[in-house]
Design a protein. Structure first.
Lengths: 276, 805
C-alpha cells in the first residue's frame, strides 16, 4: 500500500510539472493531549517511558513534560517495578526486560488522570542473516546516488508476524520519514526473504557501518507505526485524509486528559555490516 | 450505527418505504398517461416519422426540432436521429431546424403513416466550426428535463490543455460540475463523488476516464459526435449512478465520401478516417491517438530519462449499416491503454476496452427500438520488474456484459414514452499479485473475485398536457443480485465503531450461488410550467440508486482504485434530489439564462476507518463505515449562443457534506467548493482567426491538518485534537487559459484544410494549490513544515496542427 502511494507520487512528478513549496499556515492550536512514549525490549540497556504534552503544530516551544507521575510496569507473572523519574517527564525502567510471550501492563497515575497500556511481546518475526548493498545511480526512483541496503533472512512459518526494521548509520538512528521500514508476513509467510530493499532517505557511502535491528511487533503496534508512516509519507494528489495514529493507552479515570502515543514491547535482533 | 443494525435492515424489501406517497401519485399519473394513449388511438391519427441527418456526411442529428404549425406541434429527434410526429390526416408544413444548419421545410398532404427522412445542410461552410450548442434550440426552456449538451465542435474551440480538446474538462466549466483539482481524474456533480457519475461511451460504461493522470480524457475528440450531461433530472431510462449521466456518442462515420482528420500536438497525435462502405447505406470510422514522449525519451543519453517510458494510446472504430428502412445496425469498439515504466523497475498499465453492437428497429412509425449488447473491460496491472527476489506482477479488473432493449413510443404528439429492460453481469477481479521470479520472497496473493448481476426496468413518460404545462415522470426498478464468484465465504463484521471489525458467522456459497438481493424502486418526476414563450419554471425530484462503489480513500481517484459491487455487507447507495429552476431565453434564443436550486440527500455513502487497507484486504468490509450526506446549492448560467463573440458564464454556490458513525457531525467533503465561477469566451477576430479564453475561480477545497504535534521514536507526529475532518481550507484557485486558432487558407478546388492552435494553459502562471499538507522537515526530523502542492506549477504552452481532408 505504502509502496504504491510512493510509486504513484513518483509518476505524478514525471507526468506533471508538479511543484511543492514550503509555506506558512496558521492552524488554530487545538487542545493539548498527554503523550505516552515508551518501548521495552530485550536489549541490555535501560528503557524509558516519556510523559509530556503535545504542542501546537509548528510552534517553536519545547514540549512541556509531565513530572511526578506514578508510573508502574508489571508483567503477567507479577514481576513489577515502579519507574523512577530521571529527568523531567522521563521515567526509567531499570529491571524488567521483554520476554517472548509475556504481557506487560504500564500504569500511569497523575493529576491529568490515570492511564493504562497493555502490550504483549511477540516472537521474532524474521531472523536476519545478512545485509548486502547495491549501488544505484541517480534516477527517477533513486534521488541520491549511493549504496542501498537489501536484507536477507528466514521468515517464520505461521501468518501473524509483524516487525519494524530500524537502521543505524555509524551508530546513529535514522529517523527521517523515508527511513521507515515496517514488515508484515501476510504475503511472505514462511519464505526465505531474499534481496528485499530497505527504504532509506539517503543511501550509504563507502566506509559507513550499517546496523539493521529487527523489532518484533504485535499487530496493534504495527498498525500504530503504520499510521505514523502514512502520515509522514502522505502527500501529493493520492494523499488520504489525515488520521490520528491509533493508541493503546487507555484512560482509567473519569475526565482524564486525552492521551496519544504508545507503549510497546519487542524482541530485537540485529545484523551489522560495513559498506565496502 | 452498529453492525447489527446494518445487517438487520438488509432483509427488508422493498426497504425504502417513505416514498409510498410519491409512488401513489405516480401510479395515478401513469393511469392518466394510458388514457391519453387510448384517446390517441381512437382518433385514427397518422404519423410522420424518419431520420434527420447532416447532408454533408450522413451523420444523424440528435435533438433536431420538427415543428408543425396549425396546430402547433413540436417533436425532436432522439439520440439516433429518429423522430416521429402524430397528426390528424391533412395538409401540413413541416419545419426541420437544427442550430447551425439551414432550416428545411416540407409541405405535405398526409393521409396515412409516412416516412420523411431529411438531410439538413450546414448554414455556411465555416459554420460547423462555430456551432455553439448541439442544436437543441430552445429545448432548455421547453423540455421538462434539462440537459447540458456540448457539441464536439464547441469543445474543440475551448483552450486545450497540451493541445488536446477534452470532453470532461469542458463540462467542468458548467454550473454544478467541478473537480477536486488538476490531475484528479473524473469530475464531481452537485457535490457527488467521482464514482457517482455514469460515463457512457456509445452506451458502454467507462470506469476510469483519463490518460496519464488526467492530462487527457480517454475519448478521442475526433471520433466524438456530442456529449450530454444529465444533472438536474435523471430520466428513468438512465440509472446506476447517483449524481449524473454523461452520455457521449461517437460519430457514425461519413456515408457520403471518404474524409480524414487529425492533429499533431506536442505530446500526442491523432488521426481519424471515415467514409462510406456503401454510399448512403453504410459507413466506417476509425480513429486512433497516441502520445509519443516515450519515443523522445528513449533517445536520451541520460539513463535517468531513457529508462522511463510513458505513453498512452486509444483506438476506436465504428461501423453502421442501414439494413432496411426500418433497421440500422451499429458495431463499435474502443480500446485505450496507458503504459508507464519507471527506471525499468516499476511498471504500470491500465486501460478500458468496450465493444457495442446496436440494432435500431422501427416497429411502427410510432415505435422505435434500440437493442444493445455491450462488453466492457477495465484492467490494470502493476509490477516490480528486474529486481530478483521481489519482482511481482499484480492484475485486477472488471468485466461487464450487458444487454439492453429500449423503446421510444410516440404515443401522440403530446405524449412520448421510453421504456425498456436491461441486464448487466459484472465480474470483478479485485487483485492478484504473483511473484515473477523463481526464488521469490513473495507468495501469490489472490483476492477472491466478486460477481453481481443488475436487472433494470424503466418506464419514462413525457407528457405535454398543455402549451403551458408539461412533465416527464418515470419509474426505474433496479435489482441487484450478489452472486458467488467461485466458492465464496461471506461474514458479518462485529466490533467497535471506528475500529477494524472482526469477521464472524462465516457463510459459504458455491460458484454462481446467490448471496443476496437488493431491490430499489426509483421514482423520477420533472415538471415544466411555461411562464412565457421564452421562459419556464421547472421542478423535479429524482431518486437514484447505485450498486457499484469505488473503493478509494485518497483525494484523487487513482487508476488502481478498485470497484466493488453492492454485496452481503455493502448496501446500495441512494440519493434523493430536488431541483427548482427558472429558465429564460433572450433575443430569439441567442442567449440562454438559468437559475437552479437543488438539494440532495445521500444514504449509504462508503467511507473508511482510520488506517483502512483498501487494497488486498480480504476483510475490507471490516474497514468500512457507512454514512450519509447532503448537498445543496444554486447554479447560475448565462450563455450566448451565436455571434462573433459567444461563450458563457457559470457560477455555483454550493455545499456538500457527509457524516458517518466516526465523524458524527456533518463535515464538508474534500471536493466541496463554496464558490465556483467559470467564464468562457470565444471570439472570431477574423474569419480565419478565433480567439478563446476561459477563466476559472473556485474557493479552496477543505483539507485536514493536525493542530497539535508530538514526537515518537524521533519522528514528528501530527495530532488532530478536535478529531474532525477538513478543518483547514486550501487557498482559492484561479486559472486563465488562452488559445488562438489560425485557420489556413483553403486552396480553391482542394478539400484539405488545416489550422494551428496555439494555447497557454494557466496563462497567468499561477501556482494553484491542489492541497496543503504537513511533512517532516528534511534537516530536522522533529519539525513539521506545511507544503503547498501545485500540480501545474507553471504556464503550459502548446501548439497543435489540425487538419481535415
Amino acid at each position: 500500500m505504502k509502496k504504491l502511494n510512493i510509486f504513484l507520487l513518483l509518476l505524478l512528478n514525471l507526468a506533471f510539472t508538479a511543484c511543492e513549496d514550503v509555506i506558512d499556515v496558521d492552524v488554530a492550536a487545538g487542545k493539548r493531549a498527554l503523550v505516552v512514549e515508551g518501548w521495552l525490549t530485550n536489549k541490555p540497556e535501560n528503557h524509558f517511558v516519556k510523559l509530556y504534552y503535545t504542542k501546537g503544530t509548528s510552534r517553536e516551544s519545547a514540549y512541556p513534560a509531565l513530572s511526578n507521575a506514578t508510573v508502574t510496569l508489571r508483567d503477567n507473572l507479577n514481576n513489577s517495578e515502579v519507574l523512577t523519574e530521571v529527568s523531567p517527564g522521563k521515567y526509567q525502567i531499570s529491571n524488567l526486560k521483554s520476554v517472548e510471550g509475556r504481557t506487560y501492563t504500564l500504569s500511569v497515575v497523575s493529576p491529568e488522570g490515570s492511564y493504562e497500556a497493555v502490550a504483549s511481546c511477540q516472537r521474532m518475526c524474521m531472523v536476519p542473516d545478512s545485509i548486502t548493498f547495491k549501488y544505484e545511480k541517480k534516477s527517477t526512483i533513486y534521488e541520491h546516488e549511493g549504496y542501498y541496503p537489501r536484507i536477507f533472512g528466514q521468515e517464520l512459518e505461521g501468518v501473524g508476524d509483524f516487525g519494524q526494521i530500524k537502521l543505524y548509520r555509524d551508530g546513529k538512528y535514522m529517523n527521517s520519514a523515508n527511513d521507515f521500514n515496517l514488515f508484515k508476513d501476510e504475503f511472505v509467510d514462511g519464505n526465505y526473504i531474499t534481496n528485499v530493499e530497505l527504504a532509506v532517505y539517503r543511501p550509504f557511502q563507502k566506509g559507513e557501518v550499517v546496523k539493521a535491528e529487527i523489532w518484533s511487533l504485535t499487530e496493534d503496534a504495527f498498525r500504530f507505526l503504520t499510521d505514523i508512516q502514512i502520515q509522514l509519507q502522505n502527500g501529493q494528489i493520492f494523499a488520504s485524509p489525515l488520521e490520528n495514529a491509533r493508541t493503546n493507552i487507555q484512560k482509567k479515570s473519569a475526565n482524564a486528559t486525552d492521551v496519544v502515543g504508545y507503549f510497546g514491547t519487542s524482541l530485537v535482533s540485529s545484523v551489522e555490516k560495513e559498506v565496502k | 450505527m452498529g453492525i447489527e443494525v446494518l445487517i438487520g435492515s438488509f432483509g427488508n424489501f422493498p426497504k425504502h418505504t417513505p416514498y409510498y406517497p410519491q409512488m401513489k401519485t405516480l401510479v395515478s399519473i401513469l393511469v392518466l398517461g394510458i388514457f391519453s394513449i387510448s384517446n390517441a388511438l381512437a382518433q385514427k391519427k397518422v404519423t410522420v416519422s424518419g431520420y434527420i441527418k447532416d447532408a454533408s456526411n450522413g451523420e444523424i442529428l440528435p435533438g433536431a426540432l420538427v415543428t408543425v404549425t396549425n396546430p402547433d406541434l413540436k417533436a425532436s429527434s432522439n439520440s439516433y436521429g429518429f423522430y416521429s410526429i402524430t397528426l390528424n390526416p391533412g395538409k401540413y408544413t413541416l419545419n426541420y431546424n437544427y442550430l447551425g444548419f439551414l432550416p428545411s421545410q416540407k409541405v405535405v398532404t398526409i393521409s396515412k403513416d409516412t416516412t420523411i427522412s431529411i438531410n439538413l445542410s450546414s448554414s455556411s461552410k465555416m459554420m460547423d466550426e462555430v456551432v455553439v450548442t448541439s442544436g437543441r434550440k430552445s429545448e432548455n426552456v421547453r423540455k421538462p428535463i434539462t440537459v447540458t449538451a456540448l457539441s464536439i465542435n464547441k469543445i474543440k474551440e475551448l483552450p486545450p490543455m497540451l493541445g488536446e480538446p477534452d470532453v470532461i474538462k469542458s463540462f467542468q466549466l458548467m454550473p454544478g460540475v467541478s473537480t477536486v483539482g488538476e490531475g484528479a481524474s473524473g469530475f464531481n456533480v452537485r457535490g457527488g463523488g467521482v464514482d457517482q457519475n455514469l460515463i457512457l461511451l456509445d452506451e458502454a460504461p467507462l470506469y476510469f476516464t483519463s490518460h496519464l493522470f488526467n492530462l487527457f480524457s480517454v475519448t478521442n475528440p475526433d471520433a466524438m459526435r456530442d456529449a450530454t450531461l444529465y444533472k438536474s433530472e435523471m430520466p428513468a431510462r438512465f440509472g446506476g449512478r447517483l449524481s449524473s449521466v454523461l452520455d457521449t456518442r461517437m460519430k457514425d462515420g461519413n456515408n457520403q465520401k471518404w474524409t480524414g482528420a487529425g492533429g499533431l500536438g506536442l505530446i500526442a497525435s491523432r488521426f481519424t478516417i471515415e467514409g462510406p462502405i456503401k454510399k448512403d447505406k453504410s459507413s466506417l470510422i476509425v480513429s486512433g491517438r497516441r502520445s509519443y514522449t516515450d519515443l523522445f525519451t528513449k533517445q536520451s543519453s541520460d539513463p535517468a530519462i531513457r529508462d522511463n517510458s510513458i505513453y498512452f494510446y486509444d483506438l476506436s472504430a465504428k461501423m453502421n449499416f442501414t439494413l432496411s428502412d426500418k433497421d440500422r445496425l451499429f458495431l463499435s469498439g474502443y480500446f485505450g491503454k496507458d503504459h508507464i515504466e519507471v527506471a525499468k523497475r516499476f511498471g504500470m498499465q491500465w486501460g478500458n476496452g468496450t465493444g457495442t453492437v446496436r440494432w435500431n428497429h422501427v416497429y411502427s412509425p410510432r415505435l422505435f427500438s434500440n437493442t444493445s449488447v455491450i462488453y466492457s473491460d477495465y484492467k490494470y496491472k502493476l509490477g516490480v520488474l528486474n529486481n530478483p527476489g521481489t519482482s511481482f506482477e499484480w492484475n485486477a479488473g472488471i468485466v461487464d456484459y450487458s444487454i439492453k432493449n429500449g423503446f421510444n413510443w410516440y404515443i401522440s404528439s403530446k405524449s412520448t414514452a421510453y421504456f425498456g429492460v436491461e441486464g448487466i453481469l459484472h465480474e470483478f477481479s479485485p487483485g492478484k499479485a504473483e511473484p515473477t521470479d523463481a526464488a521469490s520472497s513473495f507468495n501469490t496473493v489472490a483476492m477472491p473475485g466478486e460477481r453481481a448481476a443488475e436487472y433494470n426496468a424503466y418506464w419514462d413518460h413525457e407528457l405535454n398536457l398543455s402549451d403551458k404545462f408539461s412533465f416527464e415522470y418515470g419509474i426505474r426498478y433496479s435489482a441487484l443480485q450478489s452472486i458467488a464468484n467461485g466458492n465464496t465465504t461471506v461474514y458479518d463484521y462485529e466490533g467497535e465503531v471506528g475500529k477494524r471489525k472482526q469477521p464472524v458467522n462465516p457463510q459459504n456459497f458455491s460458484d454462481w450461488e446467490t448471496i443476496k438481493w437488493y431491490h430499489n424502486v426509483q421514482p423520477r418526476l420533472a415538471m415544466k410550467f411555461q411562464t412565457s414563450t421564452n421562459s419556464s419554471v421547472k421542478a423535479s425530484y429524482s431518486r437514484t440508486a447505485q450498486n457499484l462503489h469505488l473503493v478509494s480513500n485518497t483525494i484523487a481517484a487513482s487508476p488502481l482504485d478498485i470497484w466493488t459491487p453492492s454485496s452481503y455487507n455493502i448496501r446500495p447507495e441512494l440519493a434523493d434530489q430536488f431541483s427548482l429552476g427558472y429558465f429564460r431565453n433572450l433575443k430569439d434564443n441567442q442567449y440562454e439564462a438559468s437559475v437552479e436550486l437543488y438539494y440532495r440527500s445521500l444514504e449509504n455513502q462508503l467511507d473508511f476507518i482510520n488506517g483502512a487497507e483498501t487494497l488486498l484486504n480480504r476483510h475490507l468490509p471490516g474497514d468500512m463505515v457507512f454514512g450519509d450526506g447532503r448537498a445543496y446549492g444554486s447554479e447560475f448560467f448565462l450563455k450566448k449562443n451565436e455571434g462573433r463573440l459567444n461563450g458563457w458564464i457559470s457560477y455555483t454556490l454550493s455545499r456538500a457534506e457527509r457524516r458517518n458513525p466516526i465523524f458524527t457531525d456533518y463535515y464538508p467533503v474534500r471536493h466541496n467548493k463554496t464558490h465556483s465561477l467559470a467564464v468562457v469566451a470565444v471570439y472570431e477576430l477574423k474569419p480565419r482567426v478565433v480567439l478563446s479564453g476561459t477563466f476559472n475561480f473556485a474557493s479552496g477545497t477543505p483539507t485536514t491538518l493536525g493542530d497539535q504535534q508530538f514526537e515518537f521514536d524521533g519522528r514528528v507526529v501530527q495530532y488532530n485534537s478536535a478529531v474532525s475532518r477538513n478543518n483547514y481550507r486550501v487557498p482559492a484557485y484561479h486559472r486563465l487559459d488562452l488559445s488562438t486558432t489560425f485557420k489556413n487558407k483553403i486552396k480553391p478546388g482542394k478539400k484539405f484544410t488545416s489550422e494551428w492552435v496555439v494555447s497557454l494553459y494557466n496563462a497567468s502562471n499561477r501556482k494553484n494549490p491542489f492541497s496543503i499538507y504537513m511533512r517532516q522537515n528534511e534537516n530536522d526530523p522533529s519539525k513539521l513544515e506545511a507544503v503547498r502542492l501545485s500540480v501545474f506549477g507553471t504556464v503550459i504552452p502548446s501548439v497543435t496542427w489540425n487538419f481535415k481532408f
